[in-house]
Design a protein around this ligand. Structure first.
Ligand SMILES: [Cu+2]
Length: 114
């Protein structure tokens, strides 16, 4: 195949990939958490089992936060005033503890996946 044709096909493939990615991203349910210097907006987040989901963490405080769930493999350091997100793969049913590791005593919570 002439190299020009190959490049054209590669371009189409990339476009399809980007398009597919955008459509896929919109289908992922988002679970929002707000942290504020040791205050957390929720201590229970219910998520459907076996489905990808997005966690969005906003830090409204004046100190950094580290939103973490070790059994989910999730660790998000969030500077003051910022929001960070992570898409997680589908998980099996169970309860998965989370916390802001920089404010452990007051931010304990749990993902309930069912
Ligand atoms: Cu950590």
């Amino acid at each position: 195949m002439p190299s020009g044709v190959t490049a054209r096909w590669a371009g189409l493939g990339l476009a399809a990939l980007l398009w597919g990615g955008a459509a896929w991203a919109d289908d992922v349910p988002t679970f929002k958490v707000v942290v504020n210097d040791g205050v957390i907006s929720t201590q229970r987040i219910e998520v459907p089992a076996g489905q990808r989901f997005r966690v969005e963490v906003t830090n409204q405080g004046k100190t950094p936060a580290e939103f973490e769930s070790l059994p989910l493999g999730l660790e998000l350091v969030v500077a003051p005033g910022l929001t960070r997100t992570r898409v997680l793969p589908g998980k099996s049913a169970g309860s998965y503890p989370f916390y802001d590791e920089f404010h452990m005593k007051t931010t304990q919570g749990v993902f309930i996946i069912k």
